[in-house]
Design a protein around this ligand. Structure first.
Ligand SMILES: *[C@@H]1O[C@H](CO)[C@@H](O)[C@H](O)[C@H]1NC(C)=O
Ligand SMILES: *[C@@H]1O[C@H](CO)[C@@H](O)[C@H](O)[C@H]1NC(C)=O
Ligand SMILES: *[C@@H]1O[C@H](CO)[C@@H](O)[C@H](O)[C@H]1NC(C)=O
Ligand SMILES: *[C@@H]1O[C@H](CO)[C@@H](O)[C@H](O)[C@H]1NC(C)=O
Length: 326
């Protein structure tokens, strides 16, 4: 009886040792790996990058997805633009951006800061996802507000915030919109624009895209010049999101939406002279945000997690709210 018991004990200890020897290194390796990948999501390619220079207006784009687990966005969490459980949920401003005064807006501050204002988001599906982020932050219950497909939307949000989405997938559509505003003498309090991927997909000509941007620039000048108000509304423009060709759903998309084209189109935006400080448009660097988040954040190689657009919204808000409330 006694020997049986002791044998049993020995067997259990032995088994435990085997398990420890086998699984401990694997477990340790996994822990190290997840720590590594949570610190920095490095991208496989080095392509075109926007320079943020010494200007705070563009520096608000500088930051990255960080591996702080389970960040909750309470009122003291200001340096992280979005919060959640994994590294693809938490986007944190760089120390340079923080020194410039970047800070996260909670729903209450955001709704207060935009009270009685009219925000227009015009562009492609990327702009539409951004518009959904705006509704998530500025509404009490955004589930009531539908945003999908190729159409316009308008909602009145708490604090009498007017939020308009204009489906305008091409730069030419944005140019027409601005010309109409100039002619009709209307002006929103803030404008957000995004267009490029449709041109890339259907026209595939960076030089023509650059030409369209110049025409948009003329329309912006006319619009700003014709305003009866003292200051022009803050206007923002998105860089082209990163694409992940292996994840794209159609052959046509894989053919045209290439890394190289993304770089060419972003270069055209950079060279256009439309961006602050040379031009009127604040850059919201969707490319930096989406490339940093990586393929795991995108189900179709083109559109990204809600957190990505939430971070874009916070970056946009830093410039826009400071202009609106100055
Ligand atoms: C984060 O929180 C979730 C749910 O509260 C929990 O399941 C998970 O283990 C937490 N992760 C870390 C790394 O603390
Ligand atoms: C993203 O936000 C929309 C509302 O804007 C919501 O319907 C959807 O469920 C969210 N997606 C995820 C994965 O949380
Ligand atoms: C946008 O522009 C394209 C090309 O000029 C045109 O075919 C399309 O009808 C326009 N769409 C909208 C919504 O204005
Ligand atoms: C611009 O104005 C024209 C003429 O009134 C109108 O047909 C068109 O729908 C307007 N487009 C936009 C985008 O506002």
């Amino acid at each position: 009886m006694d020997t049986k018991k002791q044998l049993g004990k020995a067997a259990i200890i032995f088994l435990f040792l085997i398990i420890a020897v086998y699984y401990l290194p694997a477990w340790k390796h996994r822990a190290e790996k997840s720590e590594e990948s949570s610190i920095k999501v490095s991208s496989a390619r080095t392509g075109f990058r926007f320079e943020y220079d010494e200007f705070c207006d563009t520096r608000f784009n500088s930051g990255g997805w960080v591996g702080i687990p389970n960040v909750s966005c309470d009122s003291t969490t200001r340096s992280v633009a979005t919060c959640g459980q994994s590294h693809t949920d938490n986007w944190q401003w760089s120390s340079e951006a923080l020194r410039c005064g970047a800070e996260r807006q909670g729903p209450t501050e955001f709704q207060r800061a935009l009270a009685n204002r009219w925000i227009v988001v015009a562009g492609d599906s990327i702009a539409r996802f951004f518009f959904a982020s705006l509704l998530r932050l500025a509404s009490h219950d955004s589930s009531q507000q539908i945003v999908y497909g190729h159409q316009d939307f308008e909602y009145t949000l708490p604090n009498n915030i007017r939020a308009t989405f204009k489906w305008a997938p091409y730069i030419t559509n944005l140019t027409v919109l601005l010309s109409n505003w100039t002619r009709e003498g209307v002006s929103p309090d803030a404008v957000v624009m995004s267009a490029g991927l449709w041109h890339m997909l259907h026209i595939d000509d960076p030089a023509d895209y650059a030409k369209q941007l110049q025409l948009l620039g003329h329309a912006i000048k006319d619009f700003v010049g014709g305003l009866k108000v003292a200051a022009a509304p803050p206007m923002s423009f998105f860089s082209i999101s990163e694409v992940f060709p292996p994840k794209l759903k159609t052959e046509e998309k894989r053919k045209h939406l290439t890394y190289q084209n993304v770089d060419f189109y972003n270069e055209a935006i950079q060279e256009s002279g439309l961006l602050v400080p040379d031009g009127a448009l604040y850059l919201v660097d969707l490319h930096h945000l989406t490339q940093g988040c990586g393929p795991t954040c995108s189900h179709d190689g083109l559109h990204y997690s809600n957190a990505t657009y939430d971070a874009a919204l916070q970056i946009w808000a830093v410039n826009t709210l400071s202009v609106i409330n100055s």
